[in-house]
Design a protein around this ligand. Structure first.
Ligand code: ZN
Ligand code: FE
Length: 257
């Protein structure tokens, strides 16, 4: 049984700490800040075995150097991005066997937010950084809408039971926009109620499941007639289902953020 512990960082980031059963050697995903990671390791009496990086942004990489001052561990990260602290560049399809931690992951190329963004899939979980968010998706800082659309389609084809561990607590904001696109989506309205309850209790709303995202995340629903119609009404002209709808919906959200 693999445990995933979310370490809050900055205002809304999560650093994911992954532990197999009671193995004391754990893996960190996207440690943007060393302090919460070092505190969690010390508090739980754990050792670091490896670091996984999804993309080059500072809120995902900023803690690597300090962590490596304490633990000389391998740092896996996208080969297609220049990240000085990455010791083990990875590409699509690589299988990582993190033996000491008893964990293995498959690397998926998921460009769009950044050009070389990768996700790590394994143990029924997807660590997807700033690609797929709960009820939303990352902004297109470097990639094209087509790239992000293809990346999200790739993720959509995973087992629907997959737990989605994105890197930010954005669910409430994302649901607000999702409701603009699909005001009558019953699963979305139910998700909103559940999310509001959890946030009131200061509980995380991540992870979600891919199944829930497929029902409620407009960026995974660009072939659904309701989303197509909403995007066409916003754009003021007919759109082809898929990438064109995605591009309009992404732009629409950008104008409201
Ligand atoms: Zn980012
Ligand atoms: Fe980020």
């Amino acid at each position: 049984m693999v445990h995933v512990i979310g370490l809050p960082a900055f205002s809304d980031n999560y650093i994911w700490m992954i532990q197999d059963a009671d193995n004391p050697r754990v893996v960190l995903v996207d440690p943007g800040d060393a302090a919460p990671a070092l505190a969690a390791l010390a508090h739980r009496n754990l050792e670091l075995a490896a670091i996984l990086i999804t993309h080059h942004h500072g809120d995902h990489t900023g803690g690597i150097t300090k962590l490596r001052g304490h633990y000389q561990v391998p740092v896996y990260g996208p080969a297609r991005e220049a990240i000085a602290q990455v010791t083990h560049p990875v590409v699509d399809g690589d299988i990582l066997h993190l033996g000491e931690a008893g964990l293995s992951f498959e690397v998926m190329d998921v460009p769009g937010h950044t050009r070389g963004h990768v996700a790590y899939w394994g143990h029924g979980s997807l660590f997807c950084g700033d690609t797929l968010f709960t009820a939303g998706c990352g902004r297109l800082f470097e990639g094209t809408p087509e790239q992000m659309y293809d990346s999200l389609r790739k993720i959509s084809r995973l087992d629907p039971a997959t737990r989605v561990y994105c890197a930010h607590e954005y669910t409430q904001d994302n649901i607000r926009f999702a409701k603009v696109v699909e005001p009558l989506n019953a699963a979305l309205l139910e998700r909103e109620r559940n999310t509001d309850v959890r946030r009131q209790r200061d509980e995380p709303t991540v992870p979600s499941t891919l199944a829930l995202e497929l029902q409620t995340n407009p960026f995974l629903r660009c072939e659904e007639s309701v989303v197509i119609a909403a995007a066409q009404a916003y754009a003021g002209h007919p759109l082809k289902p898929g990438a064109d709808v995605f591009a309009v919906v992404r732009h629409w959200k950008d104008t409201l953020d």
